[in-house]
Design a protein around this ligand. Structure first.
Ligand code: 8YV
Length: 322
């Protein structure tokens, strides 16, 4: 008897090795040209599919989930963040949702360190100046930035990525402070100082790095009020989600000099970011590439497939989030 393979709608072009593995055990509907599907196109393409393997670029709001064909039983995300999925609505429709934690922590922590150093040492400004043939001389005051070594780094959300960032930052002799919903056990805390209240930590943060998910409780957590609590000349970095930040508040703090600089890999409304960021010299900008290494993208794909394998073999996917 020939067993039918589950049909998986793959919304984006994935690494070849992942698509090959999917083709072995599933009937994938691939997107070889990596065209961004509109929601209605995605819904159409999902007709008869058992699973969807999307990226954070696809939205699964309650309205979209409502319109998905009944055949779809699992959304196995190729991402650790799942703020693009309304998990309550997925549960209500009996659709299992999984993510890909752990495998992208190192890559995202690398980008975070790049943001910290790039923002502090004025990497964008310097790079642009050299390329534009505007580098004319040198003086003791030329391109002076903020030293990273030995500074206090506040981490908002000491989860998987936050803990790796803390380890890497300790390599720069940084002192680690953190705020999270609850204090971690001493092993994972590794000497970091816990603050139960964010407002108690912020005044001590020479650097602040965001590593919490975007949820109703954290959206816009970086606001005029919280930015005002940072010491003058602090540096903010964000490799988590743009939704954590109120753009107008951050842009004002960068313009006024309240913040010396910011390093941003994620934004509200990507890729159509607030255009004011582009004109600021004290912000180091990257296009959401936290997990963009060959090793990590492969690992994310395999992790998503592990979740599909578990689901279709009747076990509980290890990364089930809804
Ligand atoms: C990915 C991310 O590039 O995994 C996440 O949550 O933000 C990124 O690292 C993207 O989400 C892949 O879908």
């Amino acid at each position: 008897m020939v067993e039918t393979k589950p049909i998986v709608l793959v919304t984006r072009k994935l690494p070849d090795v992942i698509e090959a593995r999917l083709s072995r055990d599933y009937e994938p509907r691939l997107n070889p040209n990596d065209r961004l599907y509109s929601s209605s196109e995605m819904i159409e393409r999902a007709a008869g599919a058992d699973a969807i393997l999307p990226c954070h670029t696809e939205s699964f709001s309650a309205e979209i989930l409502e319109k998905l064909p009944q055949s779809v039983r699992i959304i196995a995300n190729f991402s650790v963040g799942y703020d693009h999925v309304d998990t309550a609505a997925a549960k209500a429709r009996n659709i299992v949702v999984t993510n890909t934690p752990d495998v992208l922590s190192d890559a995202t922590a690398e980008i975070t360190m790049m943001l910290i150093i790039g923002a502090a040492r004025r990497a964008s400004e310097g790079e642009r100046m050299v390329r534009a043939v505007e580098w004319r001389d040198w003086s003791p005051a030329f391109m002076v930035g903020t030293q990273v070594t030995g500074k206090r780094l506040g981490i908002l959300g000491l989860g998987r990525v936050g803990q790796v960032v803390a380890r890497r930052a300790r390599g720069f002799d940084m002192e680690i402070l953190y705020h999270d919903e609850a204090r971690l056990d001493p092993d994972r805390e590794a000497g970091a100082t816990y603050f139960e209240r964010l407002e108690d930590m912020l005044p001590r943060c020479e650097f602040l790095s965001l590593h919490c998910p975007a949820t109703p409780a954290t959206r816009g957590i970086i606001s005029e009020a919280t930015l005002a609590m940072l010491p003058d000349g602090a540096i903010l970095v964000n490799a988590a989600r743009g939704a954590l930040v109120n753009d107008q508040a951050l842009i004002s703090a960068l313009k006024s000099g309240k913040l010396a600089a910011a390093g941003l890999d994620v934004f509200n409304n990507e890729p159509n970011i607030d255009p004011e960021y582009r004109a600021l010299t004290n912000v180091f900008l990257l296009p959401h590439i936290g997990s963009a290494t060959r090793e990590t993208r492969d690992a994310m794909g395999f992790r998503a497939i592990e979740n599909l394998d578990a689901f279709f073999s009747g076990s509980e996917p290890v990364d089930r989030v809804a």
